[in-house]
Design a protein around this ligand. Structure first.
Ligand SMILES: [Zn+2]
Length: 476
């Protein structure tokens, strides 16, 4: 089985120089895909101490429990009353989570009765920072954007003289691997765009929580540490230090010894998805203090990685195309896949899986480790686009959690809404069947013989076109 293993390691590393016999090998290998489980190289991250409590961020959260732990009645000048938890306030507005509907709303302070207004002003005076108490939630309710970015955006990048460090507007980049300045420019563009793209979504994402406004985020571009055997990764975010590590050799074309950015080719654009995935984690490090299960941050990171189609440019429309490409590519490179059966862990298990358990499964090197990334992406896409066309239920779920509601209650109230996990599994199954995935939910994620079939006819057409094009170039 060694040779099969090698083939898939090549795919996992994104190496273009695959032997000519790859097609022949793949033909044999596809029915035996379970052996992929041996390679342990498919996930982009190594065991990530995501849930670690001793993070540099942990001391910085100005959480006030005094108001959030007990709901009380608030009275307005017109005499009306609501039962709710005070979430955040400044001199102008106050945000409450209403006790009955578990929704978060914002009211002008002047609409509250004087006694309650004074209570809030007292809270701001005693616990506020710069006139703000609590953590204001960015309440949004616009439609889901169809795309973001895509304009030719130059980023400013300054080298600190005599060092390998470069500074952009929001990032401090250490270029240990010695990639070219031009490549650094593109990497910076990808990094700088992530927050903008995340902000464009109608979700109250806790971007840069706990980070000072002028604090630069660290990226280290390094060579992969020498690893025994097949374990390799394209990069990771270290939750303890907040640093994103990118392994340059995953971005290098072996023949050119250069980082090549040809973003018109989707397979190339997707080589940089790891940068987007990890920078998304870095943006939303605050999520880990909110007790959300792992599928939420991982699903969002995968969603961003899958929807980037050019550096810093995202398509959020017809996401099934981008998702299908992203998920199949991990396993099969650019092969044209005819049918893909996916055996995924039961939704109830995935949606209750904490970060520690998630990381344990990744660390085993079992195929279940990367299938949970695929599933998190499918589930996030379901809640972003299918459960509601503009992700409103998921938005309210996040608002409720940010407003202090324990995650299991927020999930029950806003995501499940009286449905069983099995009902949602059926919906996801029905949704994807005509879109190229036959999803089977079972006790654990696994790959079985016959789960993937490649469209060899279409592959033949693709090869013919490529060789004709090459011949034309030769004669020019
Ligand atoms: Zn991740």
């Amino acid at each position: 089985m060694k040779w099969i293993l090698l083939v898939f390691v090549g795919l996992a590393l994104g190496i273009a120089a695959i032997p000519a016999s790859r097609d022949a090998i793949l033909k044999v290998a596809v029915p035996l895909v379970e052996t992929i489980a041996d390679r342990g190289a498919s996930v982009s991250e190594r065991l990530n101490p995501f849930a670690e409590e001793k993070s540099p961020l942990s001391g910085k959260f100005p959480l006030s429990r005094s108001f959030r732990d007990h709901s009380r009645e608030w009275t307005f000048v017109d005499g009306s009353r609501v039962e709710g938890y005070l979430v955040a306030a400044n001199a102008e507005t106050a945000q409450f989570r209403l006790a009955d509907i578990h929704g978060v709303g914002e009211v002008p302070l002047r609409t509250l009765a004087q006694k309650d207004r004074e209570r809030i002003e007292g809270w701001i005076a005693s616990e506020g920072t710069d006139g703000v108490a609590g953590l204001p939630i960015s309440l949004k309710n616009h439609q889901w954007p169809r795309q973001w970015g895509g304009k030719d955006t130059e980023v400013s990048l300054q080298q600190t003289p005599g060092t390998n460090r470069w500074k952009s507007r929001h990032f401090d980049i250490t270029n240990e691997a010695g990639v070219s300045a031009e490549a650094l420019q593109s990497i910076t563009m990808i990094c700088e765009a992530v927050d903008g793209a995340l902000s464009s979504l109608p979700l109250p994402l806790p971007l840069n929580w706990g980070r000072a406004p002028d604090e630069l985020r660290e990226i280290v571009i390094e060579d992969s540490p020498a690893t025994e055997g097949v374990v390799a990764q394209a990069g990771y975010w270290d939750g303890r230090t907040g640093i994103v590590h990118i392994h340059a050799d995953f971005l290098v074309e072996p023949d050119l010894q250069l980082v090549v950015f040809e973003f018109d080719k989707p397979e190339k654009a997707q080589r940089y998805d790891v940068i987007v995935h990890e920078v998304t984690h870095q943006s939303m490090g605050g999520l880990m203090y909110l007790g959300v299960p792992a599928w939420v941050p991982e699903g969002i990171a995968e969603y961003m990685a899958a929807t980037q189609y050019a550096p810093g440019a995202y398509f959020f429309d017809n996401t099934h195309v981008a998702l299908r490409h992203h998920i199949n590519r991990r396993l099969l490179g650019d092969r044209i896949v005819k049918n893909r059966r996916m055996n995924l862990v039961r939704l109830e298990k995935l949606m209750n899986r904490g970060l520690a358990e998630w990381n344990e499964i990744v660390a085993t090197g079992d195929v279940a480790g990367y299938l949970q990334y695929n599933e998190a992406l499918l589930v996030i896409d379901y809640f972003f686009h299918r459960d509601h066309p503009h992700g409103a239920h998921f938005r309210r779920y996040l608002e409720a959690i940010l407003g202090g509601l324990p995650e299991p209650e927020a999930r029950r109230h806003h995501l499940l809404r009286g449905r069983s996990y099995q009902q949602i599994e059926r919906e996801i199954h029905e949704l994807w069947r005509p879109l190229g995935f036959t999803i089977n939910f079972q006790d654990r994620g696994e790959l079985q013989a016959g789960d993937v079939s490649i469209d060899w006819g279409a592959e033949g057409v693709k090869r013919t076109i490529a060789s004709r094009r090459a011949a034309m170039l030769d004669t020019q």
